[in-house]
Design a binder for this molecule. Sequence first.
Ligand code: PGA
Length: 240
Amino acid sequence: MALRLVIGNWKMQLTVREAVHLALTLRHSRLASQARLVLCPSFTALSAVSRVLHGSPIELGAQNLAPVANGAMTGEVSASDLKILGCRFVIVGHSDRRALGETDAQIRQKVRQALASGLTPVLCVGERRAERRPGQARPVVRGQVQSAVSGLPPAQRRRVRITYEPVWAISPGGPVTPPQAFAMAEVIWQSLGGQASPLIYGGSVTPSNINAFLDGTHFSGVLVGQASLTARSLISLVNG
Ligand code: PGA
């Protein structure tokens, strides 16, 4: 069975100093060996957090990356630099970024950039509250998945960790029920031609609801925002 994967998305919630402090506390905590913990600090904290995590089993991820390898792109950060800084994962297409105007075409390019640099893309897909009406959410999610992975050879496609994160369920919204999330996981599998490997779930995951989502069949990992901001909560997410 796949290791329980917990990805902490710290968004823009912590200062560099707070991020380093939290990473240090986690590094010196007892974490279950059946779990994999990935921390995604903001770009400005990546280097310092990377030094703290060096030699520990806790892994590093970034929250975004540039859609091209290099060039005149003010404010962007390349996949290769993320790799050099010690990242193994990168979140792609988070709804916060889609809300800022990121397009499916850019997300497709970002997935490719991540893969080309040896990073694992954590591809976020999910319907917005207005798209929750019956019959609408499924085509939206299917379209996001197919657009992001279209044209990828099967071996590369398998390296993309697809994350179902209904936008309306991100805190302070409520979580979906596990059966609702499982049903969408099956839609995602169908859109990938029946490839049924476990996905990641995100949206108001807490220590008290995590186990209901991680059934090992539909989901083997979680992407966590709010509940990843304290050591206590992250440790209970990891240790179960
Ligand atoms: P949340 O955020 O866990 O606070 O709902 C998840 C996310 O936005 O990735």
